[in-house]
Design a protein around this ligand. Structure first.
Ligand code: ACO
Length: 428
C-alpha cells in the first residue's frame, strides 16, 4: 500500500499521494493541492521543491553521492572519456565501441561554424566577457539552422541539432578567447579527440605547431566529466523552463549559459581565483579573510564554499583536489594560490561558523587552480564549466521534451497593494 500524506486545512483533512524514487527519495505530490483546497505551496529559491521526475543524475547531499545514470562520479572521472559520458547522459547508456565511433564522427562533421559568424566576433569589444559572447553566439546558431526552430521534429533531426551543438560549442568558446586577444581563429582539427581539439583551437597559433600535452588533455577530460550534469541546479532548471516553452535547443542552452554565468553558480570558479589572488596580494593572511566571510556586515563570502545540496562534502571537490595536486606536480607548476587554498580550507573547516552551517569546498574551489595551471585564462573558467555542462543540459532538455512536460510556470503569493482607483496626474 503506497504512503499517503495528510494535510489539514480549515478543519478538513486532505490526502496527498507520496511518490518514491528509485533511490528511496520521497516526495509529496502536491499537483492537485490547489484544485482540492485552493491553497498553493511557497518555497522561494525552490529549496524544497522537486520540479520533475528524472532518471539522469542522482545525488545525495548528506552522503556526498553523485551518480550519472547509476554510475558513480568517481568511476567515470577515473576511467571514462568525456564523449562517453556525454553519450551516457544524453542517450541513457555508455556506448559500445561502434556507438562511440558513430557518435564522435557525427560530432566531428559539425565542428566548423558558418564563416558569417566570424563577423559577429569582430563586433564585440576586445574586453567582452567570453560568457556573454558564448551565450549570444549559441543563441545565434538558431538563425543559421532555422529547421531547429521546431524542437519536436523527428528523432533524426533532434540528433542533428544535438550533435551540432556539441560540435560547435568548443569552437565558439575557443574563438571567444582568441577574439578577446584579437588573435587569428584556429579552425577545428578533426584528427584530434574532443578535448585535444578544444586545446588546439585555444592555444595553437598559425605561426607554430602546438603540442597537445596528454597530461593537460587528461586533466581537461576529468574536469569536463565532473561538471557534466548536476540534476536540477540553477542553469539546468533554466534550461528546462526555457525548453518547456518549446523554444529551440540553441536558445534554450544559451539561457542556461547565462544562468551559469552568475557568481553564485558557475561564475564562482572565476571568483575563487580572484579571491585567492586578492588574499595572496594582501599578504596571505587567511584568518583575516575567514573573519571577513563570517562578518554579516561584510558582503564578502568565501567563494567556492557552500552548496545548496551538499551538506557534508562535494564529491567532485574531493576528486578535483586530488587531481589538482597531481596535475601541478606532473606539470612542475608551483602555484602559491594552491597553498593559500589549502590553508583557507583547513581554517574554514575547523571554524564553528562554517561547521555549523555545513559549508564545505564545492566543485569550484580547486578547479580554477587546475585551469590556471593548464593555461586557461581566468575569464574563460566559466566557459570551461559550460563546455562540461553541455551534455547535462542537453540530456535534461531531451528528457523533458520526451516526457512531454508542461510549460514551467510557478505561482506566487501576491503581497502588493490591493485594488485601488487610478488618480489623475494633476491630483498626485
Ligand atoms: N561564505 C560565508 N558564508 C556563507 C557562504 C560562504 N561561501 N555560503 C553560505 N554562507 C552562509 C550564509 O551567509 C548563511 O548564513 P546565515 O544562516 O547565518 O544567514 C548560511 O551560510 C546559508 O547560506 P545560504 O546562502 O542561505 O545558502 P544557499 O543554499 O541559499 O546558497 C550558495 C548556496 C549560493 C552556493 C552559497 O553557499 C554561496 O554563495 N557560496 C559561494 C558561491 C559559490 O561558491 N557558488 C558555487 C556553488 S557550486 C555551483 O554552482 C557549481
Amino acid at each position: 500500500m503506497s504512503e499517503i500524506a495528510k494535510i489539514e486545512l480549515d478543519g478538513k483533512v486532505y490526502e496527498l499521494p507520496v511518490i518514491e524514487g528509485s533511490e528511496n527519495e520521497k516526495a509529496i505530490d502536491i499537483s492537485k493541492l490547489r484544485e482540492l483546497t485552493g491553497y498553493i505551496t511557497i518555497d522561494t529559491g525552490y529549496k524544497n521543491t522537486g520540479a520533475t521526475k528524472s532518471s539522469i543524475t542522482f545525488l545525495d547531499g548528506e552522503l556526498g553521492i553523485l551518480h550519472y545514470r547509476g554510475y558513480s562520479i568517481e568511476q567515470l572521472a577515473e576511467k571514462a572519456s568525456f564523449p562517453e559520458v556525454a553519450h551516457l547522459l544524453i542517450y541513457g547508456e555508455l556506448p559500445n565501441q561502434t556507438e562511440l565511433n558513430d557518435f564522435e564522427s557525427s560530432i566531428k562533421k559539425h565542428t566548423l561554424v558558418h564563416e558569417d559568424m566570424k563577423q559577429f566576433f569582430e563586433a564585440y569589444p576586445a574586453q567582452a566577457h567570453p560568457m556573454g559572447v558564448l551565450s549570444s553566439m549559441i543563441s545565434s546558431l538558431a538563425t543559421f539552422y532555422p529547421e531547429s526552430l521546431d524542437p519536436n521534429r523527428s528523432t533524426e533531426a533532434k540528433n542533428l541539432t544535438v550533435h551540432r551543438l556539441l560540435a560547435k560549442l568548443p569552437t565558439l568558446a575557443a574563438w571567444a578567447y582568441k577574439n578577446s586577444m584579437r588573435h587569428k581563429f584556429m579552425y577545428p582539427r578533426n584528427n584530434y579527440n574532443y578535448c585535444e581539439n578544444f586545446l588546439h583551437m585555444m592555444f595553437a597559433m598559425p605561426t607554430e605547431d602546438y603540442h597537445v600535452d596528454p597530461i593537460i588533455v587528461s586533466a581537461l577530460n576529468k574536469l569536463l566529466i565532473l561538471h557534466a550534469d548536476h540534476e536540477q541546479n540553477c542553469s539546468t532548471s533554466t534550461v528546462r523552463i526555457v525548453g518547456s516553452s518549446q523554444a529551440n535547443l540553441y536558445s534554450t542552452v544559451s539561457a542556461g549559459i547565462s544562468a551559469l554565468w552568475g557568481p553564485l553558480h558557475g561564475g564562482a570558479n572565476q571568483e575563487v581565483i580572484e579571491m585567492l589572488e586578492q588574499i595572496h596580494n594582501d599578504g596571505g593572511n587567511v584568518d583575516k579573510w575567514v573573519l571577513k566571510a563570517k562578518d554579516k556586515e561584510d558582503p564578502f563570502r568565501l567563494m567556492g564554499f557552500g552548496h545548496r545540496v551538499y551538506k557534508n562534502f562535494d564529491p567532485r571537490a574531493n576528486i578535483i583536489k586530488k587531481a589538482c595536486d597531481d596535475v601541478l606536480q606532473k606539470l612542475g607548476v608551483n602555484d602559491p594560490l594552491l597553498a593559500i587554498a589549502k590553508k583557507l580550507e583547513k581554517v574554514a573547516l575547523e571554524d564553528e561558523y562554517f561547521k555549523s552551517r555545513n559549508l564545505y569546498p564545492n566543485v569550484d574551489f580547486y578547479s580554477g587552480i587546475i585551469y590556471k595551471a593548464i593555461g586557461i585564462p581566468t575569464e574563460m573558467f566559466t566557459v570551461m564549466f559550460a563546455l562540461g555542462r553541455l551534455p547535462g543540459w542537453i540530456a535534461q532538455w531531451k528528457e523533458m521534451t520526451e516526457n512531454k512536460e508542461p510549460i514551467g510556470r510557478p505561482r506566487q503569493v501576491y503581497i502588493g497593494k490591493t485594488s485601488r482607483e487610478y488618480v489623475p496626474l494633476s491630483k498626485r
